[in-house]
Design a binder for this molecule. Structure first.
Ligand code: ADP
Ligand code: ZN
Length: 630
């Protein structure tokens, strides 16, 4: 079927209308997401642009749609071959003339792409950055009538980003080789430093700067101290039975153990870490992408290049390395915009875990003759502390995250208080009735211990644990000894951490993290400032529903949805494609809600473009008709 893309936007035809038309025809979307229109306009006007959008914000559409109506070819530089192949497969499924050139292809495959390029049949070409640096390549690009360059995951160019790739460094040379061709760069990395670095290194000229909101309103965040990792992780998995999720662990051994334990409880899961054979890793990832398993248990080695959009939960079984890493890792949940959950189980012990890992990699580097920057460890610990402080605090998770990236937080429309999508705002923390008195006891105990001891010692004293060290120091004689003995020591410890999170107490850096009071701490101790402490969070029973409700959720027939998922899985496996490339979850939900029984009704569903209507329409209509007739 020919989609008949108009090759040249005629003067009379309004560019915006033409874009909407192509978006509807190819992707089946009726509306654009925030900033997509602006990004597309910049592209069609031939402007340089830097577009920063949260994961799942819809960056690909911003360059794919203009490419289809622009004259000539658009070249997209992408860091990972697997990502590239997925994008191309998805475009081809929708009937768009796209291809990739990569080292993973055979000579014959590459030749075929070159033929199509020579014949000017393609509108979009995806490539890894290495290919561009081959001598004579700039001339070749010009011969293919390249009109636009897109740099995806542009933060890879920056040392400051979390994912620096040396090959990206040389992309600036492209601007010099092809000065007339506009460049648009896309990233989800939010820091201004990275942003400036991208613009400078690519030599962007007066770029249109588009920065979206970093908030991911469809994600619900919950942070809980870790008590029984297996039990706690299982509980999350059970709330999401049959749905896809990622469980992040700190070490490879944790991954292997947890994966085994979860499997023994009947969870369809597999491990993923850098210690596994490359072929095993690939196979496990492929099983996750094809929905043969639900859960992948992994170190942070898993994730880059995972574009399965229906990941419904991300669990951290240990503290992530920092706030930015947390945002990155949880960003893999709910890319399709549907409600998804992110749960963090943390413990103070995770510090030591990360330190060990750091020491091991420093030793490995040393063995290879590389000395690591001695300040690296201090920086790592500072990032961990910030993460830990956030985890133990009772501040809205969305607000903290968005403000961390330098944006003001605006609660979603209709929310009466807070974000409506985190444990704090959902009221899952019970406040302590006599917070003021408890806080005063803790603060004064720190003072009685002469501000020379850490949280576990202070906890022992408050709980009346006459440990040897406590007795030796005579701290069992302090007036604060045993003042909180009616409380669980874990709870007392958690309150101390809350006081640190509120900056009433500070922990000294270094080997002995001793606690001392800040001025604000002194004020609270003297009763001059109010304070609220919280119980260790418990997810209330009532919330242990299968799906976390969210304002955007639609009502649909769940049994039909499951049938359509099965059909999708079958069609995907016949076509050797990941299921989400057939239709996304959102489209299946709309199908299960509207239950269209004719082609005309089906066409109206979001995500049903012209080619898919023709290829798959009858199959899905048959399944819906059968369900409706029952
Ligand atoms: P990003 O690259 O920014 O993480 P993607 O480009 O992968 O995000 O898009 C995320 C999801 O949102 C995809 O499933 C995509 O099809 C969908 N999407 C993008 N734009 C729209 C739109 N205008 N309407 C509906 N869905 C959209
Ligand atoms: Zn909140």
């Amino acid at each position: 079927m020919s989609l008949g893309f108009p090759s040249r936007p005629s003067a009379e035809q309004d560019g915006a209308a033409q874009l909407l038309q192509v978006v509807e025809q190819v992707w089946g979307y009726r509306e654009l997401r925030p900033l997509q229109g602006e990004a597309m306009r910049a592209s069609l006007e031939g402007r340089d642009a830097l577009v920063v959008m949260a994961t799942g914000g819809g960056k690909s559409l911003c360059y794919q749609a203009p490419a289809l109506i622009r004259e000539g070819l658009t070249v997209v530089i992408s860091p990972l071959i697997s990502l590239m192949q997925d994008q191309v497969a998805s475009l081809v499924e929708s009937g768009a003339p796209a291809a990739a050139l990569s080292s993973a292809m055979s000579g014959a495959e590459k030749y075929a792409v070159h033929e199509r390029l020579g014949a000017r049949e393609l509108k979009l070409l995806f490539m890894a950055p290495e290919r561009l640096m081959v001598g004579g390549f700039a001339e070749e690009l010009a011969a293919w009538d390249v009109r636009n360059l897109v740099i995806d995951e542009a933060h890879c160019i920056s040392h400051w980003g979390h994912d620096f790739r040396p090959e990206y460094r040389r992309l600036g040379e492209l601007r010099e080789a092809l000065p007339a061709i506009p460049i648009q760069a896309f990233t989800a990395t939010a820091t201004p430093q990275v942003r400036e670095d991208i613009a400078r290194q690519l030599g962007l000229r007066d770029p249109v700067l588009l920065i979206g909101s970093f908030d991911r309103p469809n994600l619900t965040y919950r942070f809980t101290p870790r008590r029984d990792a297996v039990g706690q992780v299982l509980e999350v998995i059970r709330r999401h039975s049959g749905e896809a999720g990622i469980v992040y662990c700190l070490r490879r051994t944790d991954v292997d153990q947890l994966a085994q334990q979860l499997a023994s409880h009947g969870v369809r899961c597999l491990p993923y870490h850098a210690g596994l054979d490359a072929s095993v890793r690939e196979r496990n990832q492929a099983q996750f992408m094809s929905e043969s398993i639900d859960v992948i248990v992994a170190t942070v080695a898993f994730g880059m290049g995972i574009d399965r959009p229906d990941v419904r939960f991300v669990v951290h079984a240990a503290l992530p390395k920092g706030v930015e890493q947390y945002a990155q890792e949880t960003g893999r949940a709910g890319r399709d915009g549907l409600p998804s959950e992110c749960v963090l189980f943390y413990s103070g012990a995770d510090y030591h875990g990360w330190k060990q890992l750091q020491e091991r990699s420093a030793a490995e580097a040393r063995a290879n003759g590389v000395e690591l920057d001695p300040e690296q460890e201090a920086r790592m610990l500072a990032r961990l502390s910030e993460m830990y402080g956030w985890a133990t605090s009772a501040i809205c998770r969305h607000k903290f995250l968005v403000e961390h990236f330098g944006q003001p937080f605006t609660p979603p429309e209709g929310a009466c208080s807070g974000c409506g999508a985190c444990d704090v705002c959902l009221g899952e923390f019970a406040s302590v009735a006599d917070s003021q008195r408890v806080a005063q006891m803790i603060l004064s105990c720190v003072v009685r211990c002469q501000q020379r001891f850490g949280a576990s010692h202070v906890t022992d004293v408050l709980c009346g644990v006459a440990a040897e060290k406590v007795r030796q120091l005579g701290h069992d004689q302090l007036t604060t000894f045993g003042l909180l003995r009616q409380h669980d020591p874990r709870q007392v410890r958690h309150w101390i951490e809350q006081l640190v999170g509120l900056e009433l107490l500070v922990t000294a850096p270094g080997r002995y993290p001793t606690l001392s009071l800040t001025q604000a701490g002194v004020d609270v101790m003297r009763g001059n400032a109010p304070i609220t402490l919280f119980e260790i969070p418990q997810v209330p029973r009532a919330r242990r529903t299968r799906r976390t409700p969210a304002p955007s959720d639609i009502q649909y027939d769940e049994s039909l949805f499951e049938k359509l998922r099965q059909l999708r899985r079958k069609l995907a496996s016949e076509r050797a494609l990941p299921p989400y490339m057939i239709f996304g979850d959102r489209t299946l939900q709309e199908l299960a809600a509207v239950q269209p029984t004719s082609v005309d009704e089906l066409r109206e569903i979001r995500g049903v473009g012209a080619k898919k209507l023709e290829d798959l329409g009858e199959l899905f209509l048959a399944a819906i008709r059968e369900h409706v007739q029952r």
